[in-house]
Structures are given as C-alpha cells and as structure tokens.
Write a protein that binds this ligand. Structure first.
Ligand code: SF4
Ligand code: SF4
Length: 138
C-alpha cells in the first residue's frame, strides 16, 4: 500500500468530469480531500491524499494524466532553503498540519516534515527570508 498527497489541476474543459471517482472505481483507490479550489466554468485545483496498491496508484495517476489533469506530488514540491532559515518559528504558527514544528525547545530548532505538507502555501507567505517555497503552479 502507498499513500501520497497530490495536487490535481483540472483545466476548464474537463473540470466537470468525474475523474477522481473514476480512478477509485477503476483502480480501487481511496482518497481524502485536503484542499479544494473550484472556480465555476474555470479550472479546478484539488489537493488529495490518494491511497492504494502501488500498481493501482500508478495506473490511476496515469489515467488522470491521460485525461489532461496536471499532477504535482506535494512531498517533492515543498522546499526549505536551509541556509536562509533562521528558525524564527513564524511558519510553525501558521502550518495547519504540523509539517513545520519546533523539534528542540532549547535551541528552538524548526524542522520540516514534507510527508505532512498539504501545499497550502501559508509558510511561504509568512517566512520573512523567503526560505519556504512551492512551485509557481501551486
Ligand atoms: S518562517 Fe522561515 S525563517 Fe522562520 S522558521 Fe520558518 S522557514 Fe525558517
Ligand atoms: S505549505 Fe507550509 S504551511 Fe502549508 S502544510 Fe506545507 S509546510 Fe505547512
């Protein structure tokens, strides 16, 4: 079994197609919705955690790609510039998933746990030195 968080971007032409429910039925996958931005008669952006057997997961992702859905994996996309971060903790206060937490109370060190990130971008907006980043398409 694998479980990955992905950002799916549906262009306007396919925004009304039930592609996510298709992959669940066809490939026996399950999903949790982490974020959804649907713009009527425009594109839709969904952040999901998709789970299932590895082969089924890969087939489901390929099915979405074949249907013109653009896909980004959250864990590979969130990044922190370690040389810029000075562990101020501002990002910890806004991160909704505890992907950014203080791991050492003495030094107030802040660590990033990419597997918990949902690509909300809050940390990117508050970081005073722009250490946190997500690709533009997010
Ligand atoms: S807000 Fe920026 S500088 Fe401060 S702890 Fe977070 S990543 Fe580091
Ligand atoms: S984008 Fe930043 S604030 Fe949002 S979940 Fe990921 S690490 Fe936390």
């Amino acid at each position: 079994m694998i479980s990955k968080k992905v950002v799916l971007r549906f262009p306007e032409e396919i925004a009304d197609k039930p592609l996510v429910s298709d992959i669940c039925k066809k490939f026996e996958l399950t999903f949790n919705i982490m974020r959804a931005n649907i713009f009527p008669r425009k594109e839709g952006i969904l952040t999901l955690e998709i789970s299932g057997e590895e082969n089924s997961f890969n087939s489901g992702i390929q099915y979405l790609k074949d249907n013109s859905v653009s896909i980004s994996f959250v864990e590979e996309s969130i990044n922190r510039d370690e040389s810029s971060c000075y562990h101020c903790g501002f990002c910890v206060a806004v991160c909704p998933t505890e992907a950014l937490i203080i791991t050492d109370r003495k030094t107030m060190r802040v660590d990033l746990f990419k597997d918990r990130c949902i690509a909300c971008g809050y940390c990117v907006n508050v970081c005073p030195v722009k250490a946190m980043s997500l690709p533009d398409e997010f």
